[in-house]
Design a protein around this ligand. Structure first.
Ligand code: SAH
Length: 221
């Protein structure tokens, strides 16, 4: 398609095109592609941006936050190598889009958000989609969820300023944590693989742009 051709395709066509594009960019795991295909991104996208819901780009949501780019959601989900029995912790629920994708692959997904408004909206979407294996919490995700630890997998969807030590301590010995790490506007997506003996091997995946992981809960809604 040429760039100036109008994009008046049906949402189904746009969705199929997005999935093909993600595959061509390296999201190749069939279960991950299937989870993305099953998750209606338009439901997680604000009204103002509905016609862009199937674009491969991050979009603004309430509270000055963003819904992640589908390619990055696919990449991070694939990097976690989730098994069906896994219990996954996600930090930064936001719109709930990434959470919904995880919920189609894992047994249980625990998700934490520091904005009450975003948490409420995401909870309503999970209910609408009948995603019964998501457990939500309003709080500071930087502290993790000690009562439910250890987790098989942890995904951080906001940029941690440095190695997320508290969260790594809540991972099973052979678990995997994926997080954007860095203080600037561009961060490094990192994967920490537990060595089974309390240590970690660190891998650099790519450059990413995420909103920062902030301390404490938001005082505003
Ligand atoms: N995965 C989300 C991305 C949301 S952006 C989606 O696809 O929509 C990152 C989210 O992390 C924001 O909603 C932000 O409020 C949240 N966040 C930032 N710091 C946090 C913290 N310490 N605890 C919990 N959530 C946090």
């Amino acid at each position: 398609m040429s760039i100036d051709e109008p994009e008046d395709d049906s949402p189904e066509t746009q969705r199929a095109r997005l999935i093909l594009s993600l595959r061509s960019q390296g999201v190749s795991e069939p279960l991950v592609l299937n989870a993305l295909e099953q998750t209606p991104r338009d439901l997680f996208t604000p009204k103002l941006f509905q016609e862009r819901a199937w674009e491969d780009s991050a979009l603004p949501i309430a509270c000055g936050q963003t819904i992640s780019q589908p390619f990055i959601v696919g990449l991070m989900t694939q990097a976690l190598t989730i098994e069906p029995r896994a219990r996954v912790l996600e930090i930064g629920t936001g719109s709930g889009y990434q959470t919904a994708v995880l919920s189609r692959l894992a047994r249980l997904v625990y998700t934490i958000e520091r904005y009450r408004t975003l948490m409420g909206e995401a909870e309503a979407r999970f209910k609408q989609l009948q995603l019964g294996n998501i457990i939500t919490r309003f709080g500071d995700g930087g502290e993790g969820w000690p009562e439910q630890a250890p987790f098989d997998r942890i995904l951080v969807t906001a940029a941690a300023p440095a190695e997320p030590k508290t969260l790594l301590s809540q991972l099973k010995p052979s678990g995997i944590l994926v997080a954007p790490v860095g203080r600037g506007p561009i961060q490094t997506l990192k994967r920490y693989l537990g060595d089974g003996k309390g240590g970690f091997r660190e891998e650099v995946l790519c450059d990413v742009r995420f909103v920062p992981l902030l301390d404490g809960v938001a005082r505003e809604l």
